[in-house]
Design a protein around this ligand. Structure first.
Ligand code: HEC
Ligand code: HEC
Length: 376
């Protein structure tokens, strides 16, 4: 990752995601930042291994930020720290709330000063496995993500140094940063890397599905969920075909993938306008207008409402959407199911929909210990 991007970063990081949601174009920002020298902080402690629960692959860790007990503990505090927002009113956990599966029950998040966002806050559970971050993948890594918004130098001057200054004024933080990063001035890079290491511990697996499918415990899922799994795995575009995007694999299952698709969520059914350009705004790839990352379905029962705009309140609504083939337009993904799912007989469809919902409810995993707020 290019740490010089921090110099261009803007805004309090608490409003980071929301500001970023407003179509900043990171590829442009990156090229402007390219001339600056890189600063690389490296944790001083012993690297620790983050164990992966049943059903999940080994946790990927970047070479320049091996997690240590100290950086994780610091990141844990920072994630719940309200000092990050300019007015001290919100922390990361305000929108990635442990009570709601580390997501936000509001359709779109509100930022500091009631800045209105346009996107729903996804869970940070299992975000360690995301091939890119955000609905449109505009951040490559968790470190990048925590680095905050790029391309708004005016606000940055105020608040990135502001955050560094606030942390440096706190004896508690000075001590924690020294333990994690060694003596010297606190930099935002250290904070972002600590938060990323903390987030990597937020892995959640061992769900009823994991015990059934990966653990071979035939009693772990009920009959309805088992029927739902069968539908889910059917690769025909005339049946549910969920698995070709929300992936299940032999050894471990992420229930997401690295690709971006237009499913039609962004299409306004009345005006036929695309309300959010999604991936297109990041890459300029005209086949990705209104396309978003295939989000994980793990812990989905905890993280309503659904979709990038939080427009669907229930899992039933999401299943209904796919049975209708999404909202077709010239941009719709060729992997989207055929409207009406003709391979599932009409009279079996009501039960099939229930079974798919029941299956998704079996994807709720164990909560990682550090999802709870840190001790005072
Ligand atoms: C005001 C609400 C809000 C706050 C505060 C907030 N986020 Fe977010 N977060 C969001 C929204 C909304 C998105 C999705 C934005 C998008 O995709 O355009 C998001 C996305 C993310 C993602 C990407 C997840 C994925 O699956 O792509 C991560 C990781 C994340 N936030 C971590 C953090 C961290 C760390 C902090 C604190 C430094 C933080 N967030 C603070 C609302 C918030
Ligand atoms: C073509 C690939 C594709 C297929 C097939 C697919 N999905 Fe999705 N899914 C996506 C994408 C992309 C999103 C994000 C869409 C958006 O918000 O615009 C998504 C979002 C979701 C969400 C909301 C996730 C969240 O965090 O809000 C649910 C639930 C869901 N899909 C369930 C299903 C089910 C059930 C099936 C099978 C009936 C299915 N999907 C088939 C690509 C796919």
């Amino acid at each position: 990752m290019n740490w010089s991007r921090f110099y261009l970063a803007s805004g309090s990081i608490a409003a980071a995601c929301v500001l970023l949601a407003q179509a900043d174009l990171p590829f442009r920002a990156r090229s402007r930042a390219a001339a600056r020298p890189a600063r690389v902080a490296f944790p001083i402690g012993q690297p620790v291994k983050i164990p992966a629960p049943l059903g999940l692959p080994p946790v990927p860790v970047p070479a320049d930020n091996p997690p240590t007990a100290e950086t994780i503990a610091l990141g844990h505090r920072l994630f719940f720290e309200k000092m990050f927002s300019r007015d001290g009113s919100i922390s990361c956990a305000s929108c990635h709330d442990p009570k709601f599966g580390m997501a936000d029950p509001r359709p779109v998040s509100l930022g500091v000063h009631d800045l209105k966002g346009t996107r729903n806050a996804p869970t940070v559970l299992n975000s360690a496995y995301n091939a890119s971050q955000f609905w449109d993948g505009r951040a490559a890594t968790l470190e990048d993500q925590a680095a905050g918004p790029v391309g708004n130098p005016v606000e940055f001057i105020h608040s990135l140094t502001g955050v560094e200054r606030r942390l440096a004024a706190s004896p508690k933080y000075v001590q924690l940063f020294e333990k994690a990063w060694g003596p010297g001035p606190i930099t935002y890079e250290m904070a972002a890397k600590s938060i990323a290491s903390y987030e990597r511990t937020l892995v959640s697996g061992n769900s009823p599905f994991d015990r059934y499918f990966h653990g071979k415990d035939r009693t772990a899922m009920n009959e309805s969920a088992i029927r739902g799994l069968k539908l889910y795995l059917n690769p025909s575009l005339k049946a549910a075909n969920c698995v070709s995007c929300h992936r299940i694999d032999a050894d471990s299952s992420l229930f997401g993938e690295e690709r971006f698709h237009n499913t039609g969520v962004a299409l306004d059914p009345l005006t036929r306008q695309i309300r959010d350009l999604g991936r297109w705004a990041v890459t300029g790839d005209t086949t990705k207008v209104g396309a978003f990352r295939t989000m994980t379905l793990r812990n989905i029962a905890l993280t309503a409402p659904y979709m990038h705009d939080g427009s669907m309140k229930t899992l039933e609504e999401t299943v209904e959407f796919y049975f209708e083939g999404g909202r077709p337009s010239q941009y719709i993904s060729t992997d989207m199911p055929v409207p009406g799912l003709p391979d599932i007989p009409k009279d079996e469809q009501p039960q099939a929909k229930k079974d798919l919902v029941e299956f998704m409810k079996a994807l709720t995993g164990d909560m990682p210990a550090l999802a709870a707020p840190p001790p005072e």
